[in-house]
Design a binder for this molecule. Structure first.
Ligand code: ASP
Ligand code: MG
Length: 423
């Protein structure tokens, strides 16, 4: 018998039929003897609808926004609890403040401070399924708060941590975490397992299956997290602390097209230039990703100049360029150049730690495809490159093959070999 926390997202509770189907699914776990805590999101599209209503009125007071947005989940916990009852399962629903889930008072992006799980434990002890509203909590003043979009994942993980659950299962409309986006590489494979570290790299790079904060939280408290499909049975992908010795070198390939590159050419090379160029960018709250500075020019000359390059999110490009032009002219740099048609591709894998030559294999593959690498950066478990955006799909496919990430071909049972292929 296990204690599991399950979370069902908006697309899983989008209609009353789906809610009934989930109730039956939960019944299956109960019948096996598991204790189940269920966290639900609002019905798909509901949080956006509520946001839209507030936009029509204007004056989005933060306290009232959370009062409003938290209602979506209050609807689904009640409906699911009724669905469970109709399926013959004893259940009981809780809003965030009823648990209570205590948060700070940052309305719209509150952080969970503590959870008092006594109430929930009592209900579980009575043999009930406990259904908790995701995405919401209560601050010290007893005002309702919300955790930021996608926050139900975090609610589920936090409850699992506080209840010391055996597993936190995130049910969604995909059946797990893939080696890369299957729309780009049709042979992309579902991963059986991945570590938190790897998942964070994959998630922040565009494999948006889980709220990043939820993954961080689960990693910090060592809560085993499983992503699996609401609609198909299957084991999904387990995200845990465990590193497998058999682990392949690379677990996945993440990529993003949302970046842009800025280069300051001919910067007089002297102490403080990196700060002069990036200071204003940081002050404007623009996030910088990769940073690259060339070695200085001719060391025998009195005056040497260098080039300085970094990447930002594409939506920040114009703003960053304006700030940079000003800083560059103050420094006496020659020119600011930019490129908005770049893409970043990252190989991710804890196996890299114990295997040399991953970078060399990556660069060889790209050179064979005649793809020019513009920037490179590495961490212990990741190698990222920046290339022309038009080569993105080619690069991802080629690398997927080089690192043996393609799905195993279906096993052919020799006894079933079609007649035409025999002899
Ligand atoms: N309903 C909230 C949202 O749409 C929270 C969630 O779904 O996790 O962002
Ligand atoms: Mg969601």
């Amino acid at each position: 018998m296990a204690l599991i926390v399950q979370k069902y997202g908006g697309s899983s509770v989008g209609t009353t039929e789906k809610i009934r189907a989930i109730a039956n699914k939960i019944k299956g776990y109960r019948d096996r003897g598991d204790d189940v805590v269920v966290v639900v999101s609002a019905m798909g599209g509901e949080t956006d609808r509520l946001q839209g209503l507030a936009d029509e009125i204007g004056s989005p007071l933060p306290r009232e926004m959370d009062m409003l947005l938290s209602t979506g989940e209050q609807v689904t916990i009640a409906l699911l609890t009724m669905g469970l009852s109709a399926a013959g399962v004893d259940a009981c629903s809780f809003t965030g403040w009823q648990v209570p889930i205590r948060t700070d008072d940052a309305h719209g992006k509150a952080r969970i401070d503590s959870i008092d799980a006594e109430h929930l434990k009592t209900e579980l002890g009575r043999g009930r399924v406990v259904v908790v509203a995701g995405f919401q909590g209560v601050n010290e003043a007893n005002d309702i708060t919300t955790l930021g979009r996608g926050g139900s994942d975090t609610t589920a993980v936090a409850l699992a941590a506080s209840l010391k659950a055996d597993e936190c299962q995130i049910f969604t409309d995909v059946d797990g975490v893939y080696t890369t986006d299957p729309r780009v590489v049709p042979g992309a494979r579902r991963l059986e397992k991945i570590t938190f570290e790897e998942m964070l790299e994959m998630a922040s790079l565009g494999s948006k299956v889980l709220q990043i904060r939820a993954v961080e939280f689960a990693g910090k408290y060592g809560v085993p997290l499983r992503v699996l499909s609401t609609f198909d049975d299957g084991p999904g992908t387990l995200i845990s602390l465990e590193e497998d010795v058999e682990e392949p070198i690379i677990s996945g390939i993440a990529f993003t097209k949302d970046e842009a590159q800025l280069t300051v050419l001919g910067v007089p090379d002297r102490p403080g230039i990196a700060y002069s160029l990036l200071g204003p960018i940081g002050e404007a709250n623009i996030e910088v990703d990769m940073i690259l500075q060339n070695v200085s020019g001719d060391p025998s000359s009195d005056y040497s100049a260098t080039d300085f390059t970094f990447t930002v999110h594409r939506r920040d490009f114009d703003r960053a360029k304006g700030l940079l032009e000003q800083a560059a002219s103050e420094l006496g740099a020659r020119e600011v150049a930019g490129n908005t048609s770049i893409a970043k591709v990252s190989l991710v894998g804890v196996g890299m730690r114990s295997h040399a030559n991953v970078a060399a294999r990556m660069f060889k593959t790209l050179s064979e495809e005649n793809i020019n690498i513009r920037m490179i950066s590495t961490t212990e478990i990741k190698i990222s490159i920046v290339i022309e955006a038009k080569y993105l799909e080619l690069a991802v496919r080629a690398l997927h093959e080089t690192f043996d990430l393609d799905a195993e071909p279906e096993k052919v049972d020799s006894e079933l070999t079609p007649l035409s292929e025999q002899d």
